[in-house]
Write a protein that binds this ligand. Structure first.
Ligand SMILES: O=C(O)C1=C[C@@H](OP(=O)(O)O)[C@@H](O)[C@H](O)C1
Ligand SMILES: C=C(OP(=O)(O)O)C(=O)O
Length: 405
């Protein structure tokens, strides 16, 4: 489905409800499978969370998690310790290019039995569920935090818990802290100090009710819309100031792009403010990689330059997001330079009209470019990709007065 996008009316006093965080949901679904009395509210309606639920209920040999990175990584650890179950875990063509060796090697250190079906180091993998024999593991922490969260999530259910030693510079740290916080919320104790994570065993039936906060990465597109509007206000639920999600740094980052965030009881109100302060000369996003695309496109729409660093994980996400950003912004008339872990956007005020944005099977390419419709009419190719994290995205844009056809 290709969409034509334009904007027709002003955005004043609008309200939206965004679905639960897919990161929090996918962690809690694993924990609920291990401790069945856990109850979850405000579950994400993303494809990635639906695929996770389906996979956890499946008795089939082959489990296909399509594009869902967290499902791939978390289920690898989950099935590896499910004694007696054999699983072939696979995913989309792109998932088969996203590395999993660091996690497989770590699980092998614990005595887990995993082999590769096609290419060494990549899905699909064949897992013979077993009882792990060790309770200590070491792994490289600079490629994806999801490998670490995967180990943490199963750790409490192991007879002796788990000590995880992280090597190298740790990336996407807030996601590790999110896992630790959710473990604590359901009753599994743990610490993360000096690159060592210790998770205590807990084999009692944990009976907790956890409410998922709405998804901050999804909220990023509304930050961009407000920044690119002349005068606008939108209230979005359900959010809190003390978030587990690193992407809540949006509230600070977008102050520099003219967006004021007001925290309500259970919501955020985003208002256009005309007191934008100077955008930082360098912004390191290694703690919140998923909002990089949104920020680059907002800066481009505002005609300001930016230099984003800490982007090394973007190359192994749904697509190579650095190459994809460069290609699409250059079609619109911008100028972008990328390295392995950074992106520089030159300031530029003119936007080419009626450009068709390719989305590369990446939900965030579609959603990050959509706000530019406030500046110029544009087309979004394969617009259904948004369902990976935010199936209601296009209907929510319509509520804000966008014309989506
Ligand atoms: O643990 C998680 O829920 C996630 C961790 C991040 O991945 P990396 O740790 O691979 O950067 C993030 O990009 C992804 O969307 C979700
Ligand atoms: C990178 C993402 O997801 P995952 O790694 O879970 O596929 C994302 O949602 O931006």
């Amino acid at each position: 489905m290709n969409l034509k996008l334009s904007h027709i009316s002003s955005i004043e006093n609008k309200t939206l409800q965004i679905t639960g965080s897919k990161s929090e949901t996918n962690r809690l679904l694993i924990l609920q499978a291990l401790y069945p009395s856990i109850k979850i509210e405000n579950v994400s309606n993303s494809d990635d969370s639906e695929l996770m639920q389906k996979a956890l209920l499946s008795n089939e040999l082959i489990v296909d998690i399509h594009h869902a990175g967290t499902a791939m990584r978390f289920l690898t650890a989950y099935f590896a310790v499910k004694d007696g179950r054999e699983t072939v875990l696979t995913g989309s063509k792109r998932m088969q290019e996203r590395p999993i060796k660091i996690l497989v090697d770590a699980l092998r250190q614990l005595g887990c039995k995993i082999s590769y079906e096609k290419q060494e180091g990549y899905p699909p993998i064949r897992i013979q569920g077993t009882k792990p024999i060790a309770n200590q593991v070491e792994l490289q922490a600079n490629v994806s935090s999801q490998y670490i969260s995967a180990l943490m999530l199963i750790a409490g259910s192991l007879p002796n818990g788990l000590v995880i030693t992280l090597k190298g510079k740790v990336t996407s740290v807030p996601y590790i802290n999110m896992t630790l916080s959710l473990l604590k919320d359901v009753g599994v104790k743990g610490t993360f100090e000096d690159n060592v994570i210790t998770i205590q065993p807990n084999n009692t039936n944990l009976n907790k009710n956890v409410v998922v906060e709405s998804d901050w990465s999804s909220a990023s597109y509304f930050y961009s819309i407000i920044a690119l509007s002349d005068n606008a206000e939108v209230t979005i639920g359900s959010y809190k100031q003390e978030s587990y999600q690193g992407d809540s740094s949006l509230a600070d980052i977008y102050k520099h792009l003219g967006v004021k965030t007001t925290f309500g009881q259970n919501s955020i109100t985003l208002t256009k403010s005309n007191v934008a302060t100077k955008f930082p000369e360098e912004l390191n996003l290694s703690n919140s990689p998923d909002i990089a695309q949104t920020i680059v496109v907002t800066c481009f729409g505002l005609g300001i330059g930016c230099y984003l660093t800490g982007l090394h994980t973007l190359k192994i996400k749904e697509t190579d997001r650095l190459e994809a950003l460069k290609a699409e912004i250059e079609k619109l008339g911008g100028q972008v330079t990328i390295t392995q872990d950074s992106l520089r956007l030159e300031p530029m005020t003119l936007l080419n009209k009626d450009i068709s944005i390719a989305t590369y099977n990446d939900h965030r390419m579609a959603m990050a470019f959509a706000p530019l419709a406030l500046r110029t009419d544009l087309f979004i190719e394969d617009a259904n990709v948004v369902s990976k994290s935010y199936p209601d995205f296009w209907s929510d844009l319509k509520k804000l007065g966008f014309k989506v056809s």
